[in-house]
Write a protein that binds this ligand. Sequence first.
Ligand code: NDP
Length: 312
Amino acid sequence: MIKEHVKCLIIGSGPAGYTAAIYAARAEMKPVMYAGLQPGGQLTETTEVENFPGYPEGIQGPEMMMEFRAQAERFGTDIRDGLATEAFLNETPKRILIEDKAEITADTVIISTGASAKWLGLESEERLKSGGVSACAVCDGFFYRNQDVVVVGAGDSACEEAMYLAKLCKNVTMLVRKEEFRASKIMVQRTIDTENITVMFNTETVEVLGDQVVEGIKYKNNKTNEEGVISATGFFLAIGHKPNTDIFKGQLDMDNIGYLNVTPGTTKTNIPGVYAAGDCADKNYRQAVTAAGTGCMSALDAERFLADNGIH
Ligand code: NDP
């Protein structure tokens, strides 16, 4: 097992982590990054990204993450494979275990472990992830202009995504598994007031139909067992996200879902020297560009911590 002390440890490798790495490396903090289970994060699961400034023609999500990585490496970030499995953030220095591979102590820790969209777990959903199944309407809705789409979920996110899609698409059908929404009253009202949104209650997805691309959704009414098919080219999941923060429970302040709490306007957690950037601390925006922004902030916050504590 490697035992090593570093000035700045970055956990997670999406746009937040890579941006933190670029800034930390340029500030000569010699950052070490552990890239996690899915190097590059959620963007490696998307296709075209058209809303990240600087790419007027758009770019594939995985390619964009390779460019972020190359930029972080160019300035000397040491990027390693491995998943942080245990954290002792109240110790000085902070101590992190990386599986059974490494024990790292660090003066500052930047947490950019992201969040994972929840999926239904259907085989057909998995198979069509690059052919019309998406967990992000803002990212992918544009590709379904004037087409028919289905949204699954009944929370605020589902309502928000359905309303976003309703502006672009011909018809939006929402599948709600219970008899009622979970979303706030105002969001529900706006949703049902939107002319081209149809809500089907007590309805569950049986299968996403299509070979290479989504062609329809087979559903079942869980009260009557009646089945049917909705013709659609896009299938959007909005059944919640899970921030990847389990290993920090009991040490870092977080909300009831697991999003890390930071001091507003900073990336500071409740433990000095520990910073949170990107989706693990953001349940509202969850965009690549906002993650990159907070990644930058976290490196600047960490740099100031090192300076204030005379760590060179
Ligand atoms: P929520 O956990 O609030 O809602 C998830 C929804 O998905 C629920 O309706 C749930 O159904 C449904 N669901 C879960 N699993 C399945 C499944 N397997 N099949 C079908 N449906 C399923 O998540 P959100 O992402 O909507 O919201 C997270 C938090 O963020 C909330 O606190 C929300 O208020 C907040 N938020 C606020 C916004 C705003 O104010 N503008 C916008 C977006 C989010 P069921 O009800 O049956 O359990």
